[in-house]
Write a protein that binds this ligand. Structure first.
Ligand SMILES: Cc1ncc(COP(=O)(O)O)c(C=O)c1O
Length: 397
C-alpha cells in the first residue's frame, strides 16, 4: 500500500478496495464502505453494473482497439446518440475530461481562425473553475496552486470573479474567442451559475461572435437530474466537454459541438490514439442505454430530494458541524461549519466516502442508481458522524 514507486502527487487514504457492488466498495480486508464519492462523479451507475459488465466483456472478446484510421461503428452510434440527446451535431471522443476541454479550446480557436479572426484566441473563465491538469486547462482554471512551478502560464485565458457577468462583458475584446464555464462548479464547491447569468452569457457570446463552452465533465450525464445541467437553464452552448459519468468507470470523454462550431475541425487538424476505441464506446453506449431509459432521470430527482431533505434535517440538528446543504440532483454539497477535511474523516470513520471541494464544502456524489435504502443508510452514517463531531466540539475537541 505504500506505493513507493509512485509519484507522490496524491494524498491517498490508507484504504485499498478490492470489489464494488452498486453503491458499495469492499476493501481487501472485507470491510464495506458506502461509496458516495463515486470516483468523483465517475461511477454513474455504481460498481459492477451488470449491463456495463456485459457490454465490456462482450466487446473485450471481439475487439479492443482499432485506430481512428478506420470506421468504428460503436463510435458513430454513440456520437449520434449524444447528438440526438443534446444541442450538439458533432462529437470528438477523448479519454479524459482535460482532453475533452483541450479539444473544445482548440475547436473555439480554430472556429475564429477559419472565420477570418486568427487574432481571436483568448477565452474568459471564472474563478473557482476546474478544467483539468494539462498545461492549457490549468491556465483555464487559473488556480495558483495548480499553476505554480510549471513554467509560464499558457497564454490566452482571462479570468473574472465567479458569476461576475459585468466583469466578463468588460473583458471581451478584439482577441476574445470564447467564454468557458461549468454550469455548476464541482471542485469549486458545488456552485451553480444562476439561470439569468447563463442567459446573459449566451447573449454576450451571440452579440460578440464568441463561442459559449460548457464544461459538464462533472455535472453532466444525469448528475443533476437532467441529462445535462444546462437544460435547467434552457441555455445551450456551442461546445461542451463531458467525461466521468459517460464511461461509468471506463475512461471515456468527449467534446460535443454544433455543426457551425465544428466546421473548421477538418481532416488532420486534431487527433487521438485511444479516444473513441471500441471498448470505450461499448461502455459509453451501455451507460446511455440506462441513463436514457424512460423515467431514469425522474428517479434521480426523486432520490435526490430524499437525500437533500435528510441532509437538511441533519444540518438543522448539528449547525455547529453543517452550515448548509447545496446542489441539484445527486451533485450535493455539505457546506461545513468546521474544516471539511475533519467532516470527511468523521464520515470515513462511519465507513461513508465523500469528496472535499472548495468553499469548505464536502461533496456527495452517489451513483445515480443508488437505492432508497442506501440513501437512508448514508443519512444514518452522516448523522452519526455529525453527532460525534458535535460532541467532540462541545468537549473542546
Ligand atoms: C469540471 C471538470 N472539468 C474537467 C475535469 C478534468 O477531467 P480529467 O481529470 O478526466 O482530465 C474535471 C475533473 O475533476 C472536472 O471536474
Amino acid at each position: 500500500m505504500s506505493g513507493s514507486a509512485l509519484y507522490e502527487t496524491f494524498a491517498r487514504a490508507p484504504l485499498a478496495f478490492e470489489r464494488g457492488e452498486g453503491s458499495w466498495l469492499i476493501t481487501d480486508k472485507g470491510e464495506r464502505y458506502l461509496d458516495f464519492a463515486g470516483g468523483i462523479a465517475v461511477n454513474s451507475l455504481g460498481h459492477s453494473h451488470p449491463h456495463l459488465v456485459q457490454a465490456l466483456t462482450e466487446q473485450a472478446a471481439k475487439l479492443w482497439h482499432v485506430s481512428n484510421l478506420y470506421q468504428i461503428p460503436g463510435q458513430s452510434r454513440l456520437a449520434e446518440r449524444l447528438a440526438e440527446s443534446s444541442f450538439a451535431d458533432r462529437v470528438f471522443f477523448t479519454n479524459s475530461g482535460a482532453e475533452a476541454l483541450e479539444c473544445a479550446i482548440k475547436t473555439a480557436r480554430r472556429y475564429q481562425f477559419a472565420n477570418g479572426h486568427p487574432e481571436r484566441y483568448r477565452i474568459i473563465t471564472f474563478e473557482g473553475a476546474f478544467h483539468g491538469r494539462t498545461l492549457a486547462t490549468i491556465a483555464a482554471g487559473g488556480q495558483a496552486k495548480y499553476l505554480e512551478g510549471f513554467g509560464p502560464k499558457v497564454d490566452g485565458f482571462d479570468q473574472v470573479a465567479f458569476d461576475d457577468i459585468d466583469a466578463a462583458e468588460k473583458l471581451i475584446g478584439p482577441e476574445t474567442a470564447a467564454i468557458l464555464l461549468e454550469p455548476v462548479q464541482g471542485e469549486g464547491g458545488i456552485r451553480p451559475f444562476p439561470t439569468q447569468s447563463l442567459k446573459r452569457l449566451r447573449q454576450l457570446c451571440d452579440k460578440h461572435g464568441l463561442l459559449l463552452i460548457f464544461d459538464e465533465v462533472q455535472c453532466g450525464i444525469g448528475r443533476t437530474g437532467k441529462l445535462y445541467a444546462y437544460e435547467w437553464a434552457g441555455v445551450s452552448p456551442d461546445l461542451m466537454a463531458i467525461a466521468k459519468g459517460i464511461g461509468g468507470g471506463f475512461p471515456v470523454a468527449a467534446c460535443l459541438a454544433t455543426e457551425e462550431a465544428a466546421k473548421a475541425m477538418t481532416a488532420g487538424v486534431h487527433g487521438t490514439t485511444f479516444g473513441g476505441n471500441p471498448l470505450a464506446m461499448a461502455v459509453g453506449n451501455a451507460v446511455l442505454d440506462i441513463v436514457l431509459e424512460e423515467g431514469f432521470l425522474e428517479e434521480v430527482s426523486r432520490k435526490a430530494l430524499l437525500m437533500k431533505q435528510g441532509l437538511a434535517a441533519i444540518a438543522d440538528e448539528f449547525p455547529d458541524v453543517i452550515e448548509d446543504i447545496r446542489g441539484t440532483g445527486l451533485l450535493l454539497g455539505i457546506k461545513c461549519a468546521m474544516p471539511n477535511t475533519k467532516v470527511n474523516m468523521a464520515l470515513r470513520d462511519q465507513k461513508l466516502l465523500a469528496v472535499p471541494a472548495g468553499e469548505n464544502v464536502l461533496r456527495l456524489l452517489p451513483p445515480l442508481t443508488t437505492t432508497d435504502a442506501d440513501i437512508q443508510e448514508a443519512l444514518a452514517r452522516i448523522r452519526a458522524g455529525a453527532a460525534s463531531l458535535s460532541k467532540a466540539a462541545a468537549n473542546g475537541g
